[in-house]
Design a protein around this ligand. Structure first.
Ligand SMILES: Nc1ncnc2c1ncn2[C@@H]1O[C@H](COP(=O)(O)OP(=O)(O)OP(=O)(O)O)[C@@H](O)[C@H]1O
Ligand SMILES: O=P(O)(O)OC[C@H]1O[C@H](OP(=O)(O)OP(=O)(O)O)[C@H](O)[C@@H]1O
Ligand SMILES: O=C(O)c1cccnc1
Ligand SMILES: [Mg+2]
Length: 552
């Protein structure tokens, strides 16, 4: 099989560790047992879905699909891998190796909700069909590729929701992420979920994500004296004039600020080595000067030092970018800093100085941003690491992969816990939109049922709770599952869009949700339903498969 996308060979997954062996042993033992029983080519249908929205919310962002399709398109066991699998299955027959050697995904079909969509519990994100021997081997890699991707994309979307549209959100997590893949995946999917940029250079190169960053305390504390600045020359931004001694110019500005009537009193002496560090950074990046201002004291040292350098740059046609705060009370400090910048703008008549960018970082998460909003703050950009990329508030999404049909026979998995009962049958799903343009309900139907029609009243039933049902007259009907892989068949399938397009889709869908589903406190659950026919069938099969107990 030639893995192709519109005639082009599809690359493999981003992480070369994603191979058919990135699997649980039991997938191979089952594959062997299917093969032994000559069942391996039976046509199976599996649904990949999750049961509960993460982070106490009522929505989830679906991510990871592109990586799954790239994995599928390149699914092939090497001879070395086959030898290892054989070694793991003592007593297995040599002929099984022949089977594994010929194994690929040419007989597999994948229908999925487009990546970046807002999705809900129980509705299949992916429907995977094909010979049970090979589809069984897709369970673990697919779940691995979707679970963290969707969790971290949802976490990013929630941070965006609380920060608001106008703030810049920067992902700073590489140092704290769970290993290299945790870092790369988090950068990719935080961008998908609505972040603006990452500090992770590898992710910038791999996915074209905008790169952003400031500098650290090490840079500030590494400087000790003015003598360390050897080259003090700064050419103006238009190249027409030259400042021979930028260090002295900065010092002159610091003195001016010190004697400015409205600024006097906020500070007296600033830390000199910090000033040297800022000056040196400005000489390296005159067009993109920014400073971390909390190494010694934000208001008494960092801010006046920063302003002295920024004003000196301004004399030669450069506009400084802004500052970063990395400790202390971020609401209070950002407000104080903004006031200071505005006073400088007014007193020293430097237009735009008050609009300098204030970036905040330091163990930020949804709650702290919410608290800052409530207190009032002047932060323009949030740099977020640990809580975002490790998904500190919830360890896993809990996506599962369940058999719903084999040889055209619907299958069900029962459980004492009704939320864990699977919804049988090869299904279709639709999103029904109401009069106000919001999605109202997702509905699953049997594969052969006629689709819901615009303007036609339809009964939507809770899959397990008999009394929960509603009539819906959809104003728009969107079929959710689209074909992303059809083995070798030439028939059209969906393209894999660039990451930026997936991100745009995600942002648009999140904006189009009814606000009560999105709020942080006690959000309204979005309705997920089945057709009347599917409801009846689920309960018929349930009764059929559940043994009747006997009381004695
Ligand atoms: N106004 C605020 N309201 C609520 N939380 C805040 C506010 N300002 C900062 N925070 C958060 O409070 C915590 C403060 O962290 P911590 O107690 O470690 O102090 P720190 O400022 O980092 O001190 P240090 O300089 O000693 O590291 C961080 O998680 C930060 O995001
Ligand atoms: O959301 P976060 O996990 O805080 O990610 C960002 C943090 O990473 C950097 O410093 P680092 O944490 O390495 O050092 P620090 O704790 O001494 O600031 C940066 O200064 C932020 O504080
Ligand atoms: O660029 C930054 O400011 C940055 C990057 C990673 C972690 N903390 C801060
Ligand atoms: Mg920190």
């Amino acid at each position: 099989m030639e893995p192709q996308e519109n005639g082009k060979q599809l690359d493999g997954p981003t992480n070369p560790m994603v191979t058919p062996l990135l699997n649980d042993l039991y997938q191979f033992t089952m594959a062997y047992a299917y093969w032994k029983a000559n069942k391996h080519n039976e046509r199976s249908v599996f649904d990949l879905y999750f049961r509960k929205n993460p982070f106490g919310g009522e929505y989830t962002v679906f991510a990871g699909l592109e990586e799954c399709i790239k994995f599928l398109a390149n699914f092939k066991l090497s001879d070395e891998e086959i030898d290892f699998v054989r070694h793991c299955l003592p007593g297995s027959e040599e002929a099984f190796c022949e089977y594994l050697r010929g194994l690929d995904c040419s007989g597999v079909e994948v229908y999925a909700i487009p990546e970046g969509s807002v999705v809900f519990p129980k509705v299949p994100l992916m429907r995977v069909e094909g010979p049970v021997g090979v589809v069984q081997l897709l369970e673990t890699p697919f779940l691995n590729l979707v679970n963290f991707a969707s969790l971290v994309a949802t976490n990013a979307a929630r941070h965006r929701f609380v920060a608001g549209k106008s703030k810049s959100l920067l992902e700073f997590g590489a140092r704290r992420a769970q290993g290299p893949d945790g870092a790369i995946s988090a950068s990719k999917y935080c961008y998908l979920g609505g972040f603006d940029a990452t500090s992770n250079v590898a992710a910038g190169k791999l996915f074209g994500i905008p790169l952003r960053g400031t500098h650290s305390h090490a840079f500030v504390s590494s400087f000790m004296s003015t003598d360390e600045i050897v080259d003090k020359v700064l050419h103006s931004s238009d190249g027409k004039t030259t400042c021979e001694d930028f260090v002295s110019l900065v010092q002159t500005w610091l003195t001016k600020i010190q004697y400015s009537p409205s600024l006097r009193g906020i500070f007296s002496e600033t830390n000199q080595s910090e000033l040297v560090a800022f000056t040196s950074y400005a000489l390296a990046f005159p067009k993109a000067f920014l400073a971390l201002v909390d190494t010694y004291d934000v208001m008494k040292s960092g801010i006046p030092n920063f302003c002295a350098v920024a004003l000196a740059l301004n004399d030669f046609g450069y506009k400084a970018l802004g500052i970063r705060l990395d400790s202390g009370d971020l609401a209070y400090l950002s407000t104080e800093v903004r006031n200071f910048f505005c006073t400088v703008e007014r007193e020293l008549k430097v237009p735009g100085f008050g609009k300098m960018i204030i970036t905040a970082s330091n163990d930020l998460n949804e709650e702290t941003i919410d608290a800052l909003n409530k207190q009032g703050h002047e932060v323009d950009a949030f740099g977020i690491g640990t809580y975002l990329v490790t998904c500190y508030a919830q360890a896993a999404l809990g996506c599962v992969f369940k058999l719903v049909e084999i040889n055209n026979q619907p299958r069900i998995k029962l459980s004492e816990d009704v939320t864990k009962v699977s919804i049988p049958c090869k299904k279709r799903s639709y999103r029904l939109y109401g009069k106000e343009g919001y999605p109202l309900v997702d509905i699953m139907t049997g594969e052969t049922e006629p689709p819901p029609k615009v303007g036609e009243r339809l009964l939507c039933r809770h899959p397990f709770n008999e009394s929960k049902r509603a009539y819906v007259v959809p104003q728009r009907v969107e079929e959710l599952l689209k074909c992303y892989w059809r083995g070798n068949a030439d028939e059209a399938r969906e393209e894999l869009p660039p990451l930026k397009e997936i991100r745009d889709r995600c942002i648009k869908q999140l904006e189009n949700m009814r606000p009560d589903h999105m709020r942080r406190l006690n959000p309204t659950p979005y309705k997920v339903s089945v057709s009347a026919k599917l409801y009846d069938f689920i309960h018929f099969l349930w009764l059929n498969e559940a043994p009747v107990g006997e009381l004695q």
